[in-house]
Design a protein around this ligand. Structure first.
Ligand code: DGY
Length: 320
């Protein structure tokens, strides 16, 4: 008998076929609407494998509803949507999709940095709204990127990939990390700083750490207060790392200059969110890894992990 799998979102045909070759597949048929919780809890009752996204909370109630579950394959590198301790306790294997999205996410992080520093979104709206009446000396002036100091919070794969991009702009690069990486410092020509010093010295601060309760609101009022008035904060990791109401106050008061946000504490973010009323915020709908090639690679890796576990092999990229 084929193992039973539930896929929580409509996937490209080629990926579904790959899973169907080995498993009996049921799939939520919508592309842009997440599966309602009651349907999900019902669908997981008899499954051996779950293919899920970061939009699904794989918590105690879901694990209780899925007594046969052996593998949870998350189509994301982050896995803060999954109760890893409980899954491990119940001997369920959790997999994620690191590596394949590194360069694409670094690209978007740098794109957001540039768009925020040079007010690209605001300037485009200015033109379309017919506000462009003449060229003038200080019109829509932003912050220089080349030669500026970049502070990276979290020197993982994406952090390192960001360093390569920043080098092309002659940036002076600082990083903070749970553990210092002297070899990387030599190899990449970057310098370590404790978080407070990094915040004080950087012109651009990019957050690239995984979310866990330990880093909830790591960047709050005190930390934002350490940053320069001309500095820019970029978050392409997880919304919960930044205290959004403190960020709003800092941006409004001008204690930092601008923010580029691809992630929010609640997603999708409400269009009434105070941060979206500010001109000095560039906001994106969590598209860090969203290139066609990369999303296909992520789906393929997640499918590969799922199939390997259900056929008695080791996962390619295992979390627990
Ligand atoms: C992830 O993989 O964790 C991203 O947030 C989505 O690509």
């Amino acid at each position: 008998m084929k193992p039973k799998v539930y896929i929580t979102r409509k996937l490209p045909e080629i990926i579904v076929r790959k899973i169907e070759a080995i498993c009996e597949v049921r799939m939520w048929p919508e592309e842009d609407i997440p599966v309602p919780r009651d349907i999900l809890l019902d669908e997981v009752k008899d499954i051996d494998g779950l293919f899920c996204l970061l939009t699904e909370s794989v918590d105690e109630s879901l694990l209780n509803a899925a007594p046969n579950l052996k593998v949870i394959s998350n189509m994301a590198v982050g896995f803060n949507n999954i109760d890893i301790n409980l899954a491990t306790e119940r001997e369920m294997i959790v997999t994620n999709t690191p590596g394949v999205l590194t360069e694409t996410t670094a690209d978007l992080t740098f794109a957001l940095l540039m768009a925020t520093a040079r007010r690209v979104v605001e300037a485009s709206a200015y033109l379309r709204e017919d506000k462009w009446k003449t060229w003038s000396p200080m019109q829509l002036t932003g912050q220089d990127i080349y030669g500026a100091t970049l502070g990276i919070i979290g020197l993982g794969r994406i952090g390192e990939a960001l360093v390569k991009r920043a080098k092309g702009f002659d940036m002076n690069i600082l990083y903070s990390n749970r553990t210092r990486k002297p070899e990387k410092e030599r190899e990449l020509g970057i310098q370590y700083r404790e978080l407070d010093c990094l915040l004080q010295e950087s012109d651009f601060v990019c957050i690239l750490i995984p979310y866990s309760p330990q880093v909830h609101h790591l960047i709050g009022q005190r930390e934002l207060g350490l940053m320069k008035e001309t500095s820019v904060l970029i978050n392409t990791a997880r919304g919960g790392i930044v205290d959004e109401s403190a960020l709003y106050d800092s941006l409004k008061e001008g204690s930092i200059w601008a923010a580029g946000l691809d992630v929010f504490e609640e997603e999708p973010v409400s269009t009434n969110h105070p941060l979206l009323t500010l001109q000095n915020v560039v906001a994106l709908p969590h598209i860090g890894s969203a290139s066609k090639q990369t999303r296909l690679k992520m789906a393929d890796l997640a499918a590969g992990n799922l199939i390997r576990i259900l056929t008695g092999k080791d996962a390619i990229t295992k979390v627990n």
